[in-house]
Design a binder for this molecule. Structure first.
Ligand SMILES: [Zn+2]
Length: 356
């Protein structure tokens, strides 16, 4: 079991907020620095090495924890922002089983988009005083090892996008894979950064009450590979609890996407074109391939709609409504300033008869 060294556990260290005697020793009080991250690394740049991009530990993340602060090793934490968005005024609170109050352990004026950093826990070498949410002070330490299961961190941020991220219940781990054989092309850093954007919206969509309701109350028949009606509650749970997707890109001639087990891929142009609200085709490919990954084949209408009935029409209707209501993490392309080499081809790549 992993252990982290955090200045902890000394219950004797819990002190009140009142220091009326005025003899408080100021030098060991920990005030989280209000710093803008100037170190760490920008992820998914065009120059990212393969060994990093395709590494689960370096670039993998969970859909419901896209901005996260976690133990890295015994003395370090790791801050990871998988979202293509700058978050301001980010606070990290720490909770230890043996101490009633949560206390602030870090604060960042700015966590830039696609940023990752490893830092040292404060207060490792001496008694340190931390501040709780209501201003109480807690004295902890010196250095003491505790098991990670007794420590948890909570991220807070006033950004409206952060509130949206907190509604994501889909726990899927996203990992980027090279592939590069058969109908699979080689996934590039550019593909990966667009995927982070598309999957933020998709995870939010699948997690939304609006989609859950539309799916469970759909008036049409939703059937499995044997044409039997599906258990909608069970299938919805399998969408939310999908454990892993290994993302890649598809290049095979006439193939829009591939999916099955943990493998998921669409054509590179669909990763970028996903941002266009009035283009339902990339969304259809995403929905179709995702249904493959939860076990449905082409004889089920969770992949191909039958007489316009099936999962894809539900996804398209709900997505369009959410887009109109601006109830999606991203409306439009977050990288719009970036030159898009696919844009000029956009009329030629839409082919609804493609096999997907
Ligand atoms: Zn298919």
């Amino acid at each position: 079991m992993k252990k982290i060294a955090l200045a902890l556990i000394s219950v004797l260290g819990l002190i009140g907020c009142s220091h009326e005697d005025g003899v408080e020793d100021q030098k060991n009080i920990y005030y989280p620095p209000n710093y803008v991250l100037t170190y760490g690394e920008k992820m998914f740049t065009d120059f990212e090495k393969d060994t990093i991009l395709y590494s689960d530990s370096a670039r993998g993340y969970n859909c419901h924890e896209m901005l996260r602060y976690k133990p890295h090793d015994a003395t370090h934490y790791r801050l990871f922002n998988a979202v293509p968005h700058d978050f301001r005024d980010v606070s990290i609170y720490c909770k230890v089983d043996t101490i009633e109050k949560e206390f602030m352990i870090a604060h960042f004026d700015l966590v830039p988009q696609h940023h990752c950093m490893v830092g040292t826990y404060p207060g490792l070498d001496k008694k340190t005083t931390f501040t709780t949410m209501n201003g109480q002070r807690i004295e902890l330490g010196p250095f003491h090892q505790v098991e990670t299961e007794h420590v948890s961190f909570r991220v807070t941020c006033p950004d409206p996008l952060f509130f949206m991220l907190q509604k994501i219940r889909q726990v899927t781990r996203i990992k980027f894979s090279r592939y590069g054989k058969g109908n699979w092309g080689v996934l590039t850093p550019r593909d990966a950064r667009y995927y982070t954007f598309a999957f933020t919206n998709m995870a939010y969509l699948y997690s939304s009450k609006r989609f859950e309701k539309a799916f469970k109350n759909y008036e049409g028949n939703l059937y499995d590979n044997n044409k039997n009606p599906i258990d909608r509650n069970k299938v919805y749970e399998s969408m939310i609890n999908k454990k892993l997707l290994n993302l890649g890109v598809v290049t095979g001639s006439g193939i829009g996407g591939l999916g099955g087990g943990a493998a998921f891929g669409v054509r590179s142009e669909y990763i970028t074109k996903y941002a266009e609200s009035n283009n339902n085709w990339p969304l259809e490919v995403y929905g179709h391939e995702f249904s493959h990954t939860i076990g449905f084949g082409h004889s089920s209408n969770l992949t191909y709609a039958n007489e316009s009935k099936g999962l894809v029409p539900i996804l398209q209707k709900v997505y369009t409504e959410m887009y109109a209501d601006k109830d999606l993490p991203f409306i439009g392309d977050p990288f719009a300033v970036e030159a898009d080499p696919f844009i000029e081809k956009k009329n030629s790549i839409i082919n609804i008869n493609m096999e997907i």
